[in-house]
Design a protein around this ligand. Structure first.
Ligand SMILES: [Zn+2]
Length: 433
């Protein structure tokens, strides 16, 4: 883990954006415990959250300005949003306008996807009318502070992207046959459980390991990250680190790889998660946080026991030469049971190999042991489902995925059966006498 627990909490050093924990909605602080020699007995006090927090998707308690939005007078000429209703299902045939050229508070993509839900009467309207209608809806669902945060983060990204010169431009657009090994592409294209299982091992339930990246891609990405770090160092640009637990590493989304990584999630990780993690929103993953982390004696050394702020996590080893750095996994837990005991069958220690990926639920408790020599650099993609997060707010029983909830449910059932048996025996006894 990083040198001391106190600095590993909250905010990346020097970024001055104290938004990570508050906006992530769950787990207030990440407080990694002393080196996890026996991870099964160490404690998790929260989740590790992303610092840039581009998409944690929850309303934080910053006061509710819903309904108090004052619209500019110009909006009066557009149809009032109350005059129309959105469709229940998207219009799949409709080709939405692009909003990329507009300076917007919300993502242009959000407008394009929402457009499919517009009533048919509005679809033929000019783009500006549609925009105003949708903007009114969206404003109702976000707070002022959230919009300010998003806007600031967008400016931060824009500043990097307009100043940083990429080393390998080909990394910034998805090119599957250049990035991935053929077996991986074939398995995902066939898109069946059987084809996926053929390329995977499952060393412990819910943890899937498979060969994924081509060596050349790993080398290029490593060089790109190095080039970015060099630029950061030379320009003294104050960057946000990937999450509350890593002091080294970089957010790939912040320097131009967001679109490429979105494709990686949509075309590769979501199809796999639909098969293996449907109960945690695997088929509705819709946002991601993509970053690299660096371990070594002069970097982060190890990573304490934690859960990720994701539904599904992809963790790929990029290299380089290293020893140590094994991942350890200790079972899937809901928020309430995050510190409950590890069962013997949940213990897995796993050694990562360059090019190979591990796919697991974000709530699968894990950590990484010390990288004792060399440098270990990993690509992480935290995939999230806004639908799953919304539904989870109204649920109490997580036995579909939390193994502790499962055990407690079974125990309740066992007790109830035993009580029924006892009652029947008592009645039989009473009838016989
Ligand atoms: Zn539970």
């Amino acid at each position: 883990m990083s040198q001391d627990g106190a600095t590993a909490t909250g905010v990346a050093p020097g970024t001055g954006t104290a938004t990570a924990t508050a906006a992530a909605g769950v787990g207030q602080r990440t407080e990694p415990q002393p080196p996890a020699t026996r991870p099964s007995s160490s404690t998790i006090r929260g989740n590790v959250n992303s610092n840039n927090n581009n998409s944690s998707g929850s309303k934080n308690g910053q006061g509710n300005e819903n309904g108090a939005v004052v619209l500019p007078p110009s909006s009066q000429v557009f149809p009032a949003y109350t005059a129309h209703r959105l469709r229940l299902n998207p219009n799949a045939d409709h080709k939405p306008d692009s909003y990329e050229d507009m300076q917007l508070v919300f993502s242009p993509l959000l407008f394009s996807s929402l457009e499919r839900y517009l009533p048919s009467t509005l679809l033929k309207s000019p783009r500006e009318s549609k925009f105003h209608y949708m903007n009114q809806i969206l404003l109702q669902y976000s707070t002022e502070s959230e919009r300010t945060r998003v806007q600031k983060h967008r400016e931060y990204r824009q500043k990097i992207i307009s100043n940083y010169q990429p080393l390998h431009r080909e990394l910034y657009t998805m090119h599957a046959s250049n990035f991935f090994v053929p077996s991986f592409i074939k398995a995902v294209n066939e898109n069946t459980e059987e084809s996926l299982r053929n390329i995977m091992s499952e060393p412990s339930p819910g943890i899937f390991a498979f060969e994924m990246l081509q060596p050349r891609f790993c080398e290029m990405l490593l060089a790109e990250v190095e080039n970015f770090e060099k630029w950061v160092h030379e320009t003294k640009f104050r960057i946000m680190r990937p999450n509350t637990m890593n002091k080294y590493g970089a957010v790939l989304d912040d320097f131009g790889m967001e679109t490429m990584l979105d494709k990686l999630m949509e075309e590769f990780i979501r199809p796999m998660s639909r098969v293996f993690f449907p109960e945690v929103g695997g088929s509705t993953l819709d946002t991601h946080h993509g970053f690299v982390v660096e371990y070594g004696m002069d970097r982060d050394v190890d990573l304490g026991f934690h859960v990720d702020d994701s539904e599904v996590t992809l963790n790929v080893c990029l290299g380089k030469q290293f020893s140590g750095g094994e991942l350890f996994f200790r079972g899937v837990r809901c928020e309430k049971h995050v510190n409950s005991e590890t069962q013997p069958e949940e213990i897995l220690d796993y050694s990562h190999v360059p090019g190979c990926a591990v796919l697991h639920r974000g709530r699968h408790r894990h950590g990484a042991r010390a990288t004792t020599s060399g440098h270990r650099i990993n690509l992480l993609l935290w995939c999230r489902s806004s639908v799953f997060r919304e539904l989870r707010k109204y649920q109490k029983d997580f036995s579909a995925w939390c193994t502790q909830c499962q055990r407690e449910k079974k125990e309740r059932q066992r007790q109830s059966v035993a009580a029924t048996k006892l009652e029947l025996l008592r009645r039989e006894g009473a009838a016989a006498s």
